[in-house]
Structure formats: structure tokens, C-alpha cells
Design a protein around this ligand. Structure first.
Ligand code: SPD
Length: 332
């Protein structure tokens, strides 16, 4: 979806595009460090046409890295309250303090829903956090990751070693390239699970929210295989979610469910996941079939889970009434 289309969609929702154009700013001594104007000096404020009229801010201790890759602006700063923060094109991707809520949920919701996952593909996820979580499964034999931006991997290895440790698992093969193209070359029925850890549908991740991509994912999965994709916020993006649910219901002939979690530094403080399975052995996403052995020697995370547990797994599928009405109306 084009940036302008996203903004238009949001305007149709009764809100207004603030004209910020998807940029965010750090203001120091009255001078902007990274694009636009004014919020609070010494603070990072996250603005985007995807969440018009609001901007969550974090106090900046120090900017640690600023670069421009082939695809996007990449920045790392030390915040006062959330540790180091990774920002792509002005949008927060990871903070050291709350990354566990996102990485654990996007990984364990799908992988705990099928018995003995063996072959896993991660699209995006160049910070390594999802790999770290996949490494907890001793049943897994192959972990492929396709990340478009090598700079994200390099920056994570330098500034986020607790996430990038995921790359040290010998089962991991890193492919730098376009996830859409990668999937087209995958033999049919290869993977038990695909995890799409993308940024928002403005910029390099745009195609990962479109129907042809979901068709390729379905083709790459074995019968009864599962996909979990980043699926935005019920508070901000119900129209986007509605579209994704509708596309997924056309393509995935097993289960199609929406789950969500809290991530304080993401816009609106929550983010969702689309979980689908292909036709084949039935998958009941709401009732996990695997327990994670936190002491497993395969486990690169080297520590207990911080967020995920079987109770929060099932609870993640309970939706507020306004979202339930819209998402369930897509079930037909
Ligand atoms: N609005 C930001 C959503 C970012 C989701 N992807 C984060 C990548 C963490 N591995």
C-alpha cells in the first residue's frame, strides 16, 4: 500500500493527515536532527501518516548511530527509559526494554501452535530477535532468514547483541535480499512456519502486506503449516487489518486468526499478528501444543522467557468488542 493510500485510508477514517510525511524528529537546542520540526528539545518524537495527530516521545540521552542504507534511514539512540532504540525511517522498531513482548509473541504464537516445527523461515527480522526466540526449539532443523537491509543486521550486531545473538545459532542461514523474490524461488511446501517480522506498510515492507505475497507464503508452507505476520494496531489500523483478514481468508484454507500484544513504544501501545494455517492437519492457534524448554542447550536466548507464557498465548486471541465485530464479520 502506497504511503499516500495509507494516509488517505486513515483520513477516510475521520482523522487528518498531519502532513508529517512519515518522518520523525529529534530536537536538540532548537535544531532538528532528523528531518522535521519541533516537538520537545532533546526528545525523539515518532510521527507518521499511519498515526496522524499523535506522536509518542522518548527522551534521548545520546545518538549512537545515524546512517542511510540503500532502503531507509537507520538510527540508534540511547533513551532515558527504554535502553537503546532502533529506528528505521523515523519509526521505532525495537527498544531494549520492551522488545521481548513483540519478539516472543510473533515467534511463539505460531511455533507453539504446531507439533515439532522443523523448518522455519523469517522474512525481515534483521535485528535477530525473532531468530533468538526460534532458537529455543530443539525440534527446529533449519532457520532461514531473508532480510532486505544488511545495514539493519550490522547495526543490530553492534548495538543490540542480546537480539543479534540469534544469528549465532548454527541452524540459521542469512539471505540478504527481497523477501518477495526469495519466496518465489522456494519449492512448494518447504516450511512448517513462516514468520513475517516486517516494518510498517510504508517503504521497503509495503509488498509484505499485499495479496501476492500472502499467496507466495501459502505456497511455501506445507499442508497445515503456519504463518504469523506483523499486523498493526487495532486502535489505529482497523481498515488495514480488515483488508489483511479478507485477503488471508481467501488464501489460507485452514485457520485464520488475529492476536495482539502490548508493546509500550509502538504507536498506540499495542500491535497485532495475523495467524493463518494452510489446508491440512488442523491448527487451533488458541490452544498451544508446545511448551518451551527454557533450559534447552539449543537455546541462544540464554535465559527465561520475559513475556510469553501459555496463558498469555490464549489470551492474545481475545479481542475488544469493536475489533471482534469487524474481524469476525470477515469470517464468512
Ligand atoms: N510500528 C512499528 C512496527 C515494527 C514491527 N517490526 C519490528 C521489528 C522487530 N524485530
Amino acid at each position: 500500500m502506497e504511503a499516500e493510500a495509507v494516509a488517505k485510508r486513515l483520513r477516510e477514517d475521520g482523522t487528518e493527515d498531519n502532513g508529517a510525511g512519515g518522518v520523525s524528529s529529534i530536537v536538540e537546542d532548537g535544531k532538528t536532527m532528523d528531518c522535521i520540526s519541533t516537538v520537545i528539545p532533546g526528545w525523539f518524537s515518532e510521527m507518521s501518516p499511519m498515526w496522524p495527530g499523535e506522536a509518542h516521545s522518548l527522551k534521548v540521552e545520546q545518538i549512537l548511530f545515524q546512517g542511510k542504507s540503500l532502503y531507509q534511514n537507520v538510527m540508534v539512540f540511547q533513551s532515558s527509559t527504554y535502553g537503546k532504540v532502533l529506528v528505521l525511517d523515523g519509526v521505532i522498531q525495537v527498544t531494549e526494554r520492551d522488545e521481548c513482548a513483540y519478539q516472543e509473541m510473533i515467534t511463539h504464537l505460531p511455533l507453539c501452535s504446531i507439533p515439532s516445527p522443523k523448518k522455519v523461515l523469517v522474512i525481515g527480522g534483521g535485528d535477530g530477535g525473532v531468530l533468538r526466540e526460534v532458537s529455543r526449539y530443539s525440534s527446529v532443523e533449519v532457520i532461514d532468514i531473508c532480510e532486505i537491509d544488511a545495514m539493519v543486521v550490522d547495526v543490530s550486531k553492534k548495538f543490540f547483541p542480546k537480539l543479534a545473538i540469534g544469528f549465532e545459532d548454527p541452524r540459521v542461514s542469512l539471505h540478504i535480499g527481497d523477501g518477495v523474490a526469495f519466496l518465489k524461488n522456494v519449492p512448494e511446501g518447504t516450511y512448517d512456519a513462516v514468520i513475517v517480522d516486517s516494518s510498517d506498510p510504508i517503504g521497503p515492507a509495503q509488498e509484505l502486506f499485499e495479496k501476492p505475497f500472502f499467496e507466495s507464503v501459502a505456497r511455501a508452507l506445507r499442508p497445515g503449516g503456519v504463518v504469523c505476520t506483523q499486523a498493526e494496531s487495532i486502535w489505529l489500523h482497523m481498515h488495514i487489518i480488515e483488508d489483511i483478514v479478507s485477503v488471508c481468508r481467501q488464501i489460507f484454507k485452514g485457520s485464520v486468526n488475529y492476536a495482539w500484544t502490548t508493546v509500550p513504544t509502538y504507536p498506540s501501545g499495542v500491535i497485532g499478528f495475523m495467524l493463518c494455517s494452510t489446508k491440512g492437519p488442523a491448527v487451533d492457534f488458541m490452544h498451544p501444543v508446545n511448551q518451551i524448554d527454557e533450559n534447552d542447550s539449543f537455546n541462544k536466548a540464554k535465559g527465561p522467557l520475559k513475556f510469553y507464557n501459555p496463558e498469555i498465548h490464549s489470551a492474545a486471541f481475545c479481542l475488544p468488542s469493536f475489533a471482534k465485530r469487524i474481524i469476525n464479520s470477515e469470517t464468512g
